[in-house]
Design a protein around this ligand. Sequence first.
Ligand SMILES: [Zn+2]
Length: 411
Amino acid sequence: MTPTGGRRRLLVRDLEQLATPAGVSAPLRGNALAEVEVIEDAYVLCNGGSIEAVGRMSDLQSLDGEVEEIDGRGLCAIPGLVDCHTHACFAGDRVEEFALRAAGASYQELHAAGSGIMSTVRATRSAGPDALAAVVRKHRSWMLRAGTTTFESKSGYGLDRDTELASLQAIRNEGGIPTWLGAHAVPPEYDDAGAYLDFLLVEVLPDAAKLAEAADVFVERGAFDTAQARRYLSACGEAGLVLRLHADQFTEQGAVALAIELEARSVDHLEAIGADGVAALGASDVAAVLLPASALFLARPMPPARALVEAGAIVALATDFNPGSAFCESLPLVCSLAATQLELSPAEALAACTVNAAYVLGRSGRLGRLARGYNADIVLLEASDWRYLAYHLGGNLVAGVVLQGEPAELG
Ligand SMILES: [Zn+2]
């Protein structure tokens, strides 16, 4: 055995700063969310796919054997970003709907133009497995360019057996963490949500549970109510899936109480959550995944992030990347929105899309920090101070990404 175990070593040296959520615990709540360790004039040493050491250049011991180097001058290192809520598996786009909406079209006019989620369902159903894989690969490359090294993606634009399973397979094949969102909307071939749920649970769940890690449901007027969500999630939980909910996006429907009752991993959106819901989440282990790019895209109120942090809730941030309500794959932009719209500090934003997002995806202790033993996923920011992550609104500051110990092609 060589001292490195025969694995390839990579040294990122002479960094202006290295910033990482402090400590070792996960998830982070309250004041701990803001604790970021910053090392000036720093290095990161990767050994194979994991981090061997981080520290100050002045403390770097001489390294035996072959070590590849990256010059970190002018750069700051942060952990690879973790996007724990996306809808990256869809065909077609909604650019026509976007333009009509921007020009003030009414809901009826948009409906008459054939837009909305069902237009994406039609395009996704007719795409076929190879085209779905290609589109997830494209979206993955966009995310990587923005510093996302781990992404979750939901299905939910098939709403039939074959396309839902093909979506989960495509997400998995492209390195994503698949979540089954069969209960996204009721497709037109079903008269009511109950009959559609019968179909999902009998015909799709047994195979979806082999491909997905989690199940998700859209609890909202016009989608699924809490009784239907309870039925769907209970069956998915029995099949071994982690439970997540689209909750309180437009109206409070009781989804937060249901999530706590079912010991779900997360409730996502929460633009319409009230004070009772905030307090209940603060006392629970259910994470609050906030999606400010979606609120911005739809010109909706922002979720009460500050109140959630102060109540002790587990707060994570994600993009909600999708063609209709958040065509945005950039977690750096989400961090800017967190700092300018959600009253979160850059440090809280960083922890929310690294350590806490990794918790939502069941990967605490492996993802979300630059520390010994964690996966060697590193984002290099072209900045003299790591807080440019949130400060540079809409800036393209990702100069490089290291993915599992290898410099990534950003395309
Ligand atoms: Zn979503």
